[in-house]
Design a protein around this ligand. Structure first.
Ligand SMILES: [Zn+2]
Length: 227
């Protein structure tokens, strides 16, 4: 690839003139560029809150202790690695996709995002997500049906794939009774995410791995049983 041939100092000047999304798309192309950009001060600043590990959790239906109702959500976690001297710590932001039914009293003060914002990715990222990532806050996206929640979660997933460098992606599937993954996978097959890493899948051993490894995302994935 031609980018690999250029001296890094020249690449640095070229990259700094690009929009942040274009920097992301460019540094994803080669490992050499990615590591250079991360270590460079000015480029590193542009990449702040844009490099993370990603975990999608489906089918984890806890019961809220106070009211005894199940909490019905999909969870998408973004973990950012931070170096403080010799120490490494993780800053985690969670997206909680509510859908109808179940308990809604457990997250009283958690900020909420209108699902319509998912159709305005740049605005959503700059005005809401960067701030949440900075402080490691959670955000609730309130959806109508489970189907809406699945589509909206997959939309956000695609936005993050475009606006960020995803270092690792993990899918944790607790049960497949309501076919959450099947529905999301259908969306991804129609709108393939920009995935350049080998993803991980963790599933309940009662689930047949072949059921979802045929999809476009996890076709080159690794798996492990957690039960
Ligand atoms: Zn409740």
């Amino acid at each position: 690839m031609i980018l690999d041939e250029l001296p890094l100092e020249l690449m640095r000047e070229v990259l700094l003139d690009l929009s942040t999304v274009d920097i992301i798309q460019t540094v994803k192309c080669t490992r050499r560029l990615y590591h250079f950009a991360k270590a460079d001060r000015a480029l590193g600043r542009r990449l702040r809150n844009r490099i993370f590990n990603f975990c999608l959790r489906l089918g984890k239906n806890k019961v809220f202790a106070d009211c005894g109702e199940p909490i019905l959500c999909l969870y998408l976690d973004a973990s950012f690695r931070e170096k403080r001297g010799a120490m490494t710590r993780w800053r985690i932001s969670s997206f909680i996709f509510w859908f109808e039914g179940g308990c809604k009293c457990g997250y009283g003060r958690t900020p909420k995002i209108e699902p319509g914002l998912l159709d305005h990715p740049s605005f959503l990222y700059d005005r809401h997500l960067l701030g949440a990532f900075d402080t490691g806050s959670r955000l609730i996206i309130n959806n109508g049906s489970l189907d809406d929640a699945i589509i909206n979660c997959a939309k956000l997933f695609n936005i993050l794939m475009k606006f960020c460098v995803v270092r690792r992606l993990e899918l944790v599937l607790y049960n497949s009774g309501d076919h959450k993954w099947d529905k999301m996978n259908a969306f991804f097959n129609a709108n393939p995410p920009d995935l350049r890493i080998q993803p991980y899948v963790s599933i309940d051993s009662a689930i047949n791995l072949d059921d979802f490894l045929t999809g476009s995302i996890f076709s080159n994935g690794k798996s492990r049983d957690f039960l």
